[in-house]
Design a binder for this molecule. Structure first.
Ligand code: SIN
Length: 479
C-alpha cells in the first residue's frame, strides 16, 4: 500500500477550510532511503496572511460556543486519530524515520493531548475575589487569547502539533500551524481528521513552505496574539525578539542538555534500563533525551557494563522493519554534528566502549563513550543523536554543580535509592522537569517545559491551557 492511498493522507495546505496547492512545491524525503515521498505546497507570507484572516473570522463564533461543544468536537477528533493510528504511524515513519512501533506510540501520545484538552475545555473557570467594599463584587473571567500561531519541529511530527493545537482550540482560539518542512504530512493528516471530526473551517489552518516568510508574517501580524514554538534556542531567541513590537504571548520549548545522575546508592540495573529509554528514544533526537551521564566513581564501571549490554540489543535499521529500534537521523547535518561530538570526546581522552561510527547512510550506530571529560563538546552542547557520554563524579555537590553548569534547564534525571538525597538533588537541580528513578517523563498530565535557555511556558497538564487564556477582571460597583 502506498502512502497516498492511506485515508488520512493529505499533501495540500489547509487555509480557511480549503485544501490548496501552491505554484511551487517542496519535496518531502524518507530519511531512511533519501527517496522523495511527497511534495507539499511551498507557500509564503501571502498565504500565511490569508490563513491569519481566516482564523480571525472563524474564532469569533468559536469562542462563543459553549465549552461542552468545543469539547465534543475535540473528543470526535481524538476518536478519529485513534481510529487511524496505524495509517498515521506509517505516514510519520515515512517522513521522520522513527521505528513504526515508536511512531504508533507517538500517535497515542499525540491523541492523549487531544483527549486531555477536550476534558480541560470544560474546566476553564474564573474567580470571585472578596471585594474591598460591601457594594462591590470582583469577578475574574478567562477568555481565549485569540489567534494563535504554532511552529512545530520534525522530531515529533504528531505530538507537538496536538500539544499546541488541542489546548488552543479547547480554549476557544483559532490556530495557524507551520509544520517542520521535513515532516508536514503528519500535520496535514491530523488537520484532515480534525476537519472530518467537524471542527469548523478556519480554526485549524496548516501553511506549509518557507519558514522565514511564513514565520515573518506570523510575527508581524497584530492579529496573531500568541506564538507557540518548539525548536532550537537560537530560533526561539529570534522569535522572542520579533514578538516584541506586537507584544505577543509566547510559549517556547527550546533546546536541552539533560544530565542523568547515577549515584553510588542507585539501582544500577534500573538506571541502565532508564538510560536506554532516556537516551535512545527517537535515536536520541528529542529535547529531553539524556545528553550527559554523570556517574559516581564507585559505580561508573558497573553502569557502563550494564548500559553496554543493553545497547548491544538495539537494532539499527529502517523504521519500517519490525525489529528496528534505532532509525536514521533526520539529515546529513545531524550526522555531521554527532560525528563531531564523538570525535571530540575521544580526542579528549574518552574511551570508546561501543559504536562510534556511521552504520550506513543516515544511520548512526548507538555509541557509548566512558570517562568523558566534563569540558568535551558532548557535555556542553545538545548532541541530538544516539551517543551516550559518561562523565565521572565523586561527590553529590560536584554532581549538582556539573549538572547545573549549562545555559539549559529542560529535563534532568536522577537515580538514587536514598530518599533524602532524592529530594535534596531534585530541589537543587535548575531544570523544569526531573525524572527521579524514572526516564519516561513525557505525559499529557504533567507540565512539560523548561527554564533558562530551554524556554518558557508549559505544555500539557492543567497548566497547558492557561497559556491560551487571558484574564479579564470585572469590578462590579453600586450593588
Ligand atoms: C521534544 O523533543 O520536543 C518533545 C519530547 C517529548 O514530548 O517527550
Amino acid at each position: 500500500m502506498t502512502l497516498q492511498t492511506l485515508p488520512p493522507y493529505r499533501d495540500r495546505a489547509l487555509i480557511g477550510g480549503e485544501w490548496i496547492s501552491g505554484t511551487a512545491t517542496t519535496d518531502v524525503h524518507d530519511p531512511a532511503t533519501g527517496a522523495i515521498i511527497a511534495q507539499v505546497p511551498a507557500l509564503g507570507a501571502e498565504e500565511a496572511d490569508r490563513a491569519i484572516a481566516a482564523a480571525e473570522r472563524a474564532q469569533i463564533a468559536w469562542r462563543a460556543r459553549p465549552a461542552i461543544e468545543r469539547a465534543d468536537l475535540l473528543h470526535a477528533w481524538h476518536a478519529l486519530v485513534l481510529c487511524h493510528k496505524d495509517a498515521l504511524a506509517a505516514i510519520l515513519t515515512a517522513e521522520q524515520g522513527k521505528p513504526l512501533a515508536e511512531a504508533a506510540g507517538e500517535i497515542a501520545y499525540a491523541a492523549s493531548f487531544v483527549r486531555w484538552f477536550a476534558e480541560e475545555a470544560r474546566r476553564i473557570d474564573g474567580e470571585i475575589i472578596p471585594a474591598p467594599r460591601s457594594n462591590q463584587r470582583v469577578l475574574v473571567w478567562k477568555e481565549p487569547v485569540g489567534v494563535v500561531a504554532a511552529i512545530t519541529p520534525w522530531n515529533f511530527p504528531a505530538a507537538m502539533v496536538t500539544r499546541k493545537v488541542a489546548p488552543a482550540l479547547a480554549a476557544g482560539c483559532a490556530v495557524i500551524l507551520k509544520p517542520a518542512p521535513e515532516t508536514p504530512l503528519t500535520a496535514l493528516a491530523l488537520a484532515g481528521l480534525a476537519e472530518e471530526a467537524g471542527i469548523p473551517a478556519g480554526l485549524f489552518n496548516v501553511v506549509t513552505g518557507d519558514a522565514q516568510a511564513i514565520g515573518g508574517a506570523f510575527m508581524k501580524s497584530p492579529v496573531v496574539r500568541k506564538l507557540s514554538f518548539t525548536g532550537s534556542t537560537a530560533v526561539g531567541q529570534m522569535l522572542y525578539a520579533q514578538a516584541a513590537p506586537t507584544l505577543k504571548r509566547l510559549s517556547l520549548e527550546l533546546g536541552g542538555n539533560a544530565p542523568f545522575l547515577v549515584f553510588e546508592d542507585a539501582d544500577i540495573e534500573a538506571a541502565a534500563d532508564g538510560a536506554i529509554l532516556g537516551k535512545f528514544r527517537n535515536a536520541g533526537q528529542t529535547c529531553v533525551c539524556v545528553n550527559r551521564f554523570l556517574v559516581h566513581d564507585k559505580v561508573h564501571d558497573a553502569f557502563v557494563e550494564a548500559l553496554a549490554a543493553r545497547m548491544d540489543r538495539l537494532v539499527v535499521g529502517p523504521g519500517t522493519h519490525p525489529q528496528s529500534t534505532i532509525g536514521p537521523l533526520i539529515n546529513q547535518r545531524a550526522v555531521t554534528k554527532v560525528e563531531q561530538h564523538v570525535a571530540d570526546a575521544v580526542a579528549r581522552g574518552g574511551k570508546l566502549v561501543t559504536g562510534g561510527a556511521l552504520d550506513h547512510d543516515l544511520f548512526f550506530t548507538p555509541t557509548l563513550i566512558a570517562d568523558v571529560p566534563a569540558d568535551a563538546i558532548i557535555a556542553r552542547e545538545e548532541t541530538f543523536g544516539p551517543v551516550a557520554g559518561i562523565i565521572r563524579f565523586s561527590d553529590e555537590a560536584d554532581a549538582i554543580r556539573m549538572a547545573n553548569d549549562t545555559e539549559f534547564g529542560l529535563a534532568a534525571y536522577v537515580y538514587t535509592r536514598d530518599i533524602g538525597r532524592a529530594m535534596r538533588v531534585s530541589g537543587a537541580l535548575e531544570y523544569g522537569m526531573i525524572g527521579l528513578n524514572e526516564a519516561a517523563i513525557s505525559t499529557e498530565v504533567a507540565p512539560f517545559g523548561g527554564i533558562k535557555a530551554s524556554g518558557q511556558g508549559r505544555e500539557g497538564s492543567r497548566h497547558g491551557i492557561q497559556e491560551y487564556l487571558e484574564l479579564k477582571y470585572v469590578m462590579m460597583g453600586g450593588l
